[in-house]
Design a protein around this ligand. Structure first.
Ligand SMILES: [Zn+2]
Ligand SMILES: [Zn+2]
Length: 150
């Protein structure tokens, strides 16, 4: 039972304090699940949008992959997105601070990653596999596992 040694000693907490913390953890978990679902759905939508646009665009086609608008040969010719290299019109772009732009779908993906902190957690998970395991789980278990003497 070496697992026990990982637990934090929270015996100084009063019962109602423990309950409060457990409540917070539970809510935290719930919110995470809801958020996960929402993000997964968004991702699927984006994937679907990408797939659709990939199919409709042939090399010779002169339409924006996102709004299907016809692109001219001279004016509004559209440009390939730097991220996905699909050709989009000037309306279907999101220009960044440094002047570079992405198509609306790629911009959404990038934004999503920032909002969800996905890149951060990915990095964190890679580097601190151990640390990730600790955290709320340890706190929860520490609270739930009361010493038999009590
Ligand atoms: Zn467009
Ligand atoms: Zn793109």
């Amino acid at each position: 039972m070496s697992k026990n040694s990982e637990l934090i000693n929270l015996s100084f907490l009063l019962d109602h304090e423990k309950e409060m913390i457990l409540g917070v953890l539970k809510r935290d978990e719930y919110l995470k699940k809801v958020e996960d679902k929402r993000i997964r759905k968004l991702k699927n939508e984006l994937l679907e949008a990408k797939r659709r646009s990939g199919k409709t665009q042939q090399e010779t086609s002169r339409v924006c992959v996102h709004c299907q608008r016809n692109l001219g040969l001279i004016f509004d010719r559209g440009d390939p997105c730097q991220a996905c290299s699909l050709r989009v019109c000037s309306e279907c772009r999101v220009v960044g601070l440094n002047g570079s732009w992405k198509c609306t779908v790629c911009a959404k993906v990038a934004q999503l990653r920032i909002i969800t902190g996905e890149w951060f957690f990915e990095e964190k998970a890679k580097r601190f596999k151990q640390v990730n395991v600790l955290g709320t789980d340890v706190v929860r278990q520490s609270i739930l596992r009361r010493s038999p003497g009590n």
